[in-house]
Design a protein around this ligand. Structure first.
Ligand code: CA
Length: 369
């Protein structure tokens, strides 16, 4: 990326921030020239822990891109060093590390912390829920970000959307799924609300980070796993450990990832560096989806050419999953006041987006081929 493009992107981010009118981004009202000079001279060296293996395709690359953009746009005034899962903290403890202030920043998937923050799932992925386009519309122009900030406020964590996968796959199975009964006794790695659906279908959920999935599948510790999609699944070599690749990713029509910043660290940044962080997160949020869209297609072609058996889940199975998913989402929201507040807001907004999709996306998808 050329420097002038980066500066242009930073400018676009500033313009967007002004439009959204987020309360944290008010311009200082009486900053003297001396203070300006002082804040421009100040440098910051931050740690960003992630839930991903080093440079992992898509999501891990996105975290590195974020750090590089911030370093370049700030001309080194804010330096972000990225740590892979396990280097400083385990993959699933990123939120806690940022919340405690052990590190300034983290990159992960909001639903990994659903045990601590039940509302987090609604900013991440819902079974049969929003696609990336719909999630982004709700977050950035529908009021979702303000709710996300409110949900994380008690933990001293400031969230930003920072990456999206688009439609995932149903996953890798060593057992055939021909009817709803085939989920009974199935041991599967699948996080979030999709995992709760599986439990209600009679399966057993095993929560594993990326680095442990292949071995668990290969040794039979689990019967099935979903991870992300062809691009990442190929990188993990999952096709070498399972017989069938099922589609579509009913459990995750999209996963949105988060950049999280410890509140005190965020407050310590001068306004121009805040704008750079916000702008870089916005860049990665869009860029990662582009990356996934291109590479998933290429990886699926490769998997098919290597003889991987790609199977569509039967309609009656998808219909039952959808029924159970609706119950699970409602029950999950009802169990927590903030989750309930978020879900009621999101549900109403998604209904409007879906009505419009009938006149736009869905209509054109159905007729263009
Ligand atoms: Ca997934």
């Amino acid at each position: 990326m050329k420097r002038r493009d980066i500066l242009a992107a930073a400018g676009a981010g500033l313009a967007a921030a002004t439009l959204v009118g987020c309360k944290d981004e008010q311009q200082p009202t009486a900053t003297g020239a001396g203070q300006d000079e002082a804040s421009k001279a100040q440098t910051f060296s931050w740690k960003m822990v992630t839930s991903w293996p080093k440079n992992f395709p898509g999501v891990g690359v996105g975290a590195e891109r974020f750090a590089r953009l911030v370093n370049e746009m700030s001309a080194g005034r804010l330096q972000v060093k990225v740590y892979a899962a396990g280097e400083l903290v385990p993959a699933l403890e990123v939120f806690d590390a940022v919340s405690r202030g052990t590190v300034e920043m983290g990159h992960g998937a909001p639903y990994y912390w659903k045990g601590k923050v039940p509302a987090a799932q609604f900013f991440c992925a819902l079974p049969f829920g929003p696609n990336a386009q719909e999630m982004n519309a709700w977050l950035h122009y529908g009021g979702g970000m303000q709710l996300w900030e409110e949900a994380y406020q008690p933990y001293n964590v400031v969230p930003f959307a920072c990456g999206a996968t688009g439609v995932q796959t149903a996953g890798w199975f060593n057992k055939e799924i021909n009817s709803v009964d085939d989920f009974r006794g199935l041991k599967m790695r699948t996080p979030g609300l999709g995992g709760e659906v599986l439990t209600k279908m009679g399966g057993t959920v095993v929560n594993l980070p990326a680095g442990e999935i292949f071995t668990a599948l290969q040794t039979g510790a689990i019967d099935a796993t979903e991870w992300i999609g062809p691009y990442n699944d190929l990188a993990l070599g999952l096709h070498k450990a399972a017989k069938y690749y099922y589609i579509p990713g009913w459990q995750e029509p999209n996963v949105t990832f988060e950049l999280i910043v410890h509140r005190k660290a965020w407050d310590s940044l001068p306004d121009d560096l805040k704008a750079i962080v916000r702008s870089a997160a916005r860049d990665v949020n869009g860029d990662m989806l582009d990356d996934y869209s291109a590479r998933n297609m290429e990886a699926m072609e490769k998997l098919r050419s290597e003889g991987v058996e790609v199977r569509r889940l039967p309609d009656e199975v998808l219909a039952r999953l959808r029924e159970v998913a609706a119950e699970v989402v409602e029950a999950s929201a009802a169990a927590d006041a903030m989750a309930s507040k978020v879900w009621e807001h999101q549900k109403a907004y998604l209904a409007r987006l879906r009505a419009y999709a009938e006149d736009s996306e869905k209509l054109i998808y159905n007729i263009r081929n």
